[in-house]
Write a protein that binds this ligand. Structure first.
Ligand code: NI
Length: 137
């Protein structure tokens, strides 16, 4: 493999953010920050490339939301029916009186899954959402 030149760069960030990051680095057992940052960057590039190509991929969309949010549940169902061909299964869990967790198992063109995921995650009332996908080969 070709030996690429190493480049150093500086990053400015909030002290507390860095302290929290250092705790994670220690727990995971990285020997230094550079190694941890390289892994994060690799993961970001993989996720970005997978979600922007025309490959068939499979994965899951995780959604945490407050079901009392006006119209949210209806809008969410509408979007899911629009993409019924990409949705293999959906599981809804009532976490407490207000909050729900929904896991939607998806398969299809990476670009379509990203659009579907973006539509759901950006709905008002969704306070955390994430699409995780992997190529099938
Ligand atoms: Ni619920």
């Amino acid at each position: 493999m070709e030996n690429n030149k190493l480049t150093r760069f500086g990053v400015s960030m909030d002290e507390r953010l860095l302290e929290n990051f250092d705790k994670i680095i220690e727990e995971k057992g990285y020997s230094n920050r550079s190694e941890a940052v390289r892994d994060l960057i690799r993961d970001a590039i993989l996720q970005h490339n997978w979600t922007n190509n025309s490959e068939i991929v499979a994965g899951a969309i995780l959604l945490f939301y407050n079901h009392h949010q006006n119209k949210l549940v209806n809008e969410m169902m509408g979007i899911q029916h629009e993409y019924h061909e990409n949705i293999l299964a959906a599981t809804h869990l009532h976490i407490d009186h207000h909050n729900c967790l929904e896991i939607i198992i998806v398969k299809g063109l990476a670009a379509d899954l990203r659009t579907l995921s973006d539509k759901l995650i950006t709905l008002k009332g969704v306070f955390y959402g994430k699409l995780t996908i992997s190529p099938l080969s």
